[in-house]
Design a binder for this molecule. Structure first.
Ligand code: FBP
Length: 336
């Protein structure tokens, strides 16, 4: 057992070892840059109250949502961190209407990265957990300059995806299409160490997470689904209720303990609130690789081909049996 190292396995060495079969090492470089951006955002979140960076910028983003100061700062951190390396040709962000293509030699940059730089930012001013979600694709034609087509993809084409969770500890969870691995930040040395290798979603137990205050917005089928989970009448058995209000935090609990996260469509907003490309699809890849599933209520999230950058989707995400039960209830002959 190491005497001084927090844990024997450092994230950057782990990425290289895992990627050695792939050879190029470019994906490892990108993942290391994501953890760098994550450490910078974790620090910005930690110090925001001390540096007057809580609250709003006064702007409204493409989503029609008020932008928090830390939303803008986190997005700028990503743009700066990835500007310095040639392997990423461009970024797409919840906070930017258009894709951000780096003005340099177009034949470099085999990859593009999509991200929600600060998910759950409504929690910031109350010191709640928040997160970052990222998704990486190989470009369609690296010989050509990056275009919107490189970003409008099907989730099953992702070469890597994951998230950072800024909670009591800062965690980094990712997959490159194989197992899901989790790392914990040792702030004293600024390094991530492997603490959760080969994560699998437990098949039983856990929680159901949904904003039940939205019940008035749902159709009867959706109300029946949530009522069945609330009353413990699903085929999976009883689930406790938890709702943090940050997708990353609610999903991480589901990944570790089991159950389901739901953000259903609404009568007036059938696609719901969450975005396909940089919220649902990356977490859907994590869920699948951890033995779980993600659905929009009828289709697997990973099968949905994006047609616009900020398109929304209903989301049922978590243990395979729980998501299947939600789908069954949504399409049952008549709501009970
Ligand atoms: P952003 O904060 O990045 O816009 O993410 C959307 C989100 O905050 C999720 O993290 C969270 O699960 C959900 O919205 C909460 O929505 P609501 O407040 O309507 O329950």
């Amino acid at each position: 057992m190491a005497k001084y190292l927090s844990h024997p396995t450092l994230a950057d060495q782990f990425f290289r070892d895992q990627g050695s079969a792939r050879g190029s090492g470019e994906l490892s470089t990108i993942l290391n840059r994501v953890t760098l951006a994550g450490r910078m955002i974790a620090n910005a979140v930690l110090r925001a109250g001390l540096e007057g960076k809580l609250g709003r910028t006064g702007d409204v983003n493409v989503q029609g949502e008020e932008v928090k100061k830390l939303d803008a700062i986190s997005n700028e951190i990503f743009e700066e961190v990835f500007d310095g390396i040639p392997v990423v040709a461009g970024l797409a962000s919840e906070e930017r209407e258009e894709v951000h293509v780096y003005a340099r030699d177009a034949t470099r940059g085999k990859y593009v990265l999509l991200h929600d730089p600060l998910d759950g930012s409504g929690n910031l001013d109350v010191n709640g957990s928040v997160g970052t979600i990222f998704s990486i694709y190989r470009r369609l034609d690296p010989e050509q300059p990056a275009t919107l087509a490189d970003f409008l993809r099907r989730g099953s084409e992702q070469v890597a995806a994951g998230y950072l969770l800024y909670g009591p500890a800062t965690l980094f969870v990712y997959t490159c299409g194989g197992p899901v691995h989790g790392f914990t930040l040792d702030r004293s040395v600024g390094a991530f160490f492997l603490t959760h290798p080969q994560i699998q979603i437990p098949s039983g137990g856990g929680t159901y997470a949904v904003n039940e205050a939205n019940e008035r917005l749902w159709d009867e089928r959706t109300r029946a689904v949530v009522r069945t989970f609330r009353e413990g009448r699903t085929v999976c058995g009883r689930r406790g209720a938890r709702y943090v209000g940050a997708l990353v935090a609610d999903f991480h609990r589901t990944l570790m303990q089991g159950g389901i996260y739901m953000y259903p469509g609404e009568v007036e907003r059938p696609a719901g609130k969450l975005r396909l490309l940089y919220e649902a699809a990356p977490l859907a890849l994590i869920a699948r690789q951890a033995g779980g599933h993600a659905s929009d209520g009828s289709r697997a999230i990973l099968d949905v081909a994006a047609t616009s950058l900020h398109q929304r989707t209903p989301l049922f995400l978590g243990a395979r049996a729980d998501v299947a039960e939600a789908e069954r209830l949504l399409w049952a002959e008549r709501p009970d």
